[in-house]
Design a protein around this ligand. Structure first.
Ligand code: B12
Length: 208
């Protein structure tokens, strides 16, 4: 099965070869979700597992991330393809102290594909920057990503600041360590464990 080759390429840091493998797989008719979930995302889970077990270290984790990103580049036009009518603006970023951006980028791509105007603030984003960007762009949703348990408190800080500012904007949160219970606890308006779910949430919150 060739999706396995994509998985192996990420786990094996084959950055030069990944684009061709992903393209070949799509050309052969394999569905986009399978390439993404079983190939690319599945491989990052495996890399995380090997890191936890001490089999891999930060430089390898970074090489895998770069390989994943090179593969994602091929999928981007397909993920972002969709309606042209704007559904409203979403400000997105990875919270202060956190440099992980692959999941955040995926959410941004799918939001664009679903017709949202996306303002991506990048990684290590201060609370004030989220608030300023949301005000300037009249955003309807602020989407916060965190991959570290140590940066989850920065989500709470931003959600609370948005509430205190009395802004007409919904906050949604996600990232591997985040849960629905955590989202409820910090008063966020929504949580999803994947990018398609993030799009659904944004749609619902904007319609509400
Ligand atoms: C790649 C990676 C890195 C790369 C990041 C490169 C990059 N540009 O992103 C590098 C090497 C830089 C890195 C560094 C570190 N990392 Co790291 N990293 C990972 C790894 C292997 C994969 C993350 C990833 O990209 N997953 C794939 C994406 C697609 O998944 P995702 O981000 O979860 O996103 C999905 C959903 O969560 C959701 N989602 C994401 N964001 C949002 C937002 C919203 C609003 C919604 C609704 C949904 C949503 O949708 C996405 C798509 O489905 C994880 C392991 C893992 N399994 O998570 C460790 C991991 C997150 N890292 C970890 C650690 C410890 C670190 C370091 C502290 C290591 C060190 N000693 O220096 C540093 C921290 C640096 C920093 N300050 O941020 C730990 C965190 C442990 C913890 N409990 O906090 C993990 C879990 C590894 C492990 N098993 O121990 N890392």
């Amino acid at each position: 099965m060739a999706v396995k080759n994509i998985f192996e390429a990420v786990v094996g840091f084959n950055e030069p070869g990944i684009a061709q493998l992903v393209q070949k797989e799509l050309d052969s008719g394999t569905n986009l979700d399978e390439v993404l979930n079983e190939g690319l995302i599945g491989a990052m889970d495996e890399v995380g597992r090997r890191f936890s077990e001490g089999e891999l270290f930060v430089p390898e984790m970074l090489m895998a991330a770069q390989t994943m990103k090179a593969g994602l580049k091929i999928l981007k036009p397909l993920l972002a393809e969709g309606t042209t009518e704007s559904k409203g603006t979403v400000v997105i970023g990875t919270v202060k102290g956190d440099l992980h951006d692959i999941g955040k980028n995926l959410v941004a791509m799918m939001m664009e594909g679903a017709g949202f105007n996306v303002v991506d603030l990048g990684v290590d984003v201060e609370t004030d920057a989220f608030i300023k960007a949301a005000q300037e762009n009249k955003a309807k949703v602020i989407a916060l990503s965190a991959l570290l348990t140590t940066t989850m408190p920065a989500m709470e800080k931003t959600v609370k600041a948005v509430q205190e500012a009395g802004m007409p904007v919904a906050t949604i949160v996600g990232g591997a360590p985040v849960t629905q219970a955590f989202a409820d606890q910090i008063g966020a308006n929504g949580y999803s464990d994947d990018a398609p779910g993030a799009v659904e949430l944004a749609r619902k919150l904007i319609a509400a």
